[in-house]
Design a protein around this ligand. Structure first.
Ligand code: NAD
Length: 265
């Protein structure tokens, strides 16, 4: 499986370079970053802390998509939009981990997914994918008198809030209740908010230090509370899931897939 990495010098990009290199049957065909990235020209393995591997980080995104069977993209929304177009033109499968996408960004990805297999998940960790399924079931089992609140904490460099994972958990809870996050979500609160409306799904986003990603989904009822928590101790977990998704796309028809599809849930 020929795999390319975009955003190869980023926090996730480095993990992905390492993960592809240590996965049997995976060949790293290239690593690309922004044209103004200080990492351009440096060896991708050195940047990732595993020593030289003979693959320089380049700005040649066109060549990367032409050479790869699948490209893994953990970058930024504007970049991911452009990559979706390139993937569709080249018939390259795309694995998207980028979060903070707007509806317009999503529409571009959905269009690309008519031509190529595209796996997208706000969190590629296996534990998170399983927890998402559990949250949907719990929300389905409890009546709307149980208030749902989602609290997340991430490192100080994270640029979007609430996290894509928190929104994914919220969407699963909403689906369990037969609604959508657009209808039920309260993404932030401040000032005189009044009492909590019934049936809503609230969010709180904390930022600080080097926290990789903690999420708790609370179901708060009268006299009792259920808390479902996932804590990430290493970014490896996302890279493992993303490389697994890349292999899974082999021979798949075009379409937009989630990690639930990849894990066969
Ligand atoms: P980062 O800022 O460390 O890395 C992003 C990289 O993308 C940088 O190297 C940047 O130069 C590069 N980039 C930006 N624009 C580019 C372009 N046009 N072409 C090529 N490269 C470009 O960020 P990060 O912590 O690695 O996170 C990246 C994204 O992945 C974020 O949206 C984050 O929320 C998301 N993320 C998703 C998961 C998941 O499992 N789905 C897990 C962790 C992070």
């Amino acid at each position: 499986m020929k795999i390319g990495i975009v955003g190869g010098s980023g926090r996730m990009g480095q993990m992905l370079v390492r993960q592809v290199r240590q996965t049997d049957g995976a060949i790293l065909v290239g690593a690309v970053d922004r044209p103004d990235s200080p990492a351009l020209g440096r060896d991708a393995g050195e940047v990732a802390g595993i020593g030289p591997i003979g693959t320089p980080i380049t700005g040649d995104t066109e060549a990367l998509f032409a050479a790869a069977d699948a490209v893994i993209d953990f970058t930024a929304p504007a970049a991911t939009r452009a990559h979706a177009g390139l993937a569709a033109r080249n018939g390259t499968a795309l694995i998207v981990g980028t979060t903070g996408l707007s509806d317009a960004d999503q529409a571009v990805l959905d269009e690309a997914a008519r031509r190529i297999p595209l796996v997208q998940a706000p969190n590629m960790a296996i534990g998170v994918v399983l927890l998402t399924a559990v949250i949907e079931q719990v929300a389905r089992a409890l009546d709307p008198s149980w208030d749902i609140e989602i609290v997340e904490m991430h490192h100080r460099h994270k640029v979007d809030a609430p996290s894509g994972t928190a929104l994914g958990f919220g969407a699963a809870a909403a689906a369990g209740r037969g609604t959508t996050l657009k209808e039920a979500g309260i993404l932030s609160r401040e000032g005189h908010t009044g009492p909590r409306p019934a049936g809503k799904i609230g969010f709180a986003a904390l930022r600080g230090g080097d926290v990789i990603g903690d999420h708790t989904v609370m179901f708060a009822g009268q006299g009792e509370r259920i808390e479902l928590t996932h804590k990430a101790a290493s970014r490896d977990i996302y890279a493992v899931g993303a490389v697994r998704a890349a292999f899974w796309t082999r021979g798949r028809p075009a379409g937009r897939y989630s990690m639930r599809d990849v894990l066969g849930l």
